[in-house]
Design a protein around this ligand. Structure first.
Ligand SMILES: [Fe+2]
Ligand SMILES: [Fe+2]
Length: 187
């Protein structure tokens, strides 16, 4: 798959002033796009050609967003947040090590499912032709798999990662994280 990564546009309407709040805001936007994937499932093989066209457009946009945002957001976490939190975690170090190891392995799992999903959609016939029943079934299964992985992951990050980061990261470290988030978006 070779989608365009509109990195600078992906979260253009999100003001980044607090890196931890930014992570949670990104989670909310990811969730919104997961819901689009779920919503298009019954519409891909609709009898109505305009509905099929509309569903395919929404699907392409949601996948492009999740691809670009997924990549950027994972970099924010793995390169800016996890190493700083590990370094600052003190007596919570083993808890943070266990948590970040689990989160990184969930990132790889989510990426593998996303790649399969994108390849499945790339193999669909050009819109407005509907995907075959087999393709639609495979799509539905992969969406369900991706959504399940992401929702658990986001819940754990919102509940545990963010609170550990609030407990351990000082203003100077948060400021450096913010600079890195911004630099990634201006690259
Ligand atoms: Fe994550
Ligand atoms: Fe996250």
């Amino acid at each position: 798959m070779n989608r365009i990564h509109p990195i600078s546009a992906v979260d253009a309407d999100v003001t980044i002033t607090d890196p931890l709040r930014h992570l949670v805001a990104c989670h909310d936007r990811i969730e919104e796009h997961l819901q689009i994937l779920e919503r298009v499932i019954p519409l891909l093989r609709s009898d109505s050609e305009p509905k099929r066209r509309e569903a395919r457009e929404s699907l392409e946009k949601a996948l492009a967003f999740l691809d670009a945002m997924g990549h950027l957001h994972t970099q924010d976490e793995e390169e800016s947040v996890f190493p700083r939190l590990l370094a600052a975690s003190g007596e919570d170090r083993s808890v943070v090590t266990e948590l970040t190891t689990m989160l990184e392995s969930q990132h790889r799992e989510k990426e593998a499912v996303f790649e399969k999903l994108a390849a499945t959609v790339d193999a669909f016939p050009a819109a407005p032709a509907p995907p075959s029943p087999e393709q639609a079934g495979r799509f539905e299964g992969l969406v369900s798999n991706l959504v399940d992985l992401y929702r658990v992951h986001i819940m754990v990050e919102n509940q545990r990662l963010i609170s550990l980061a609030q407990d351990h990261l000082k203003q100077a470290e948060l400021g450096k994280m913010l600079q890195e988030f911004l630099a990634r978006r201006s690259a």
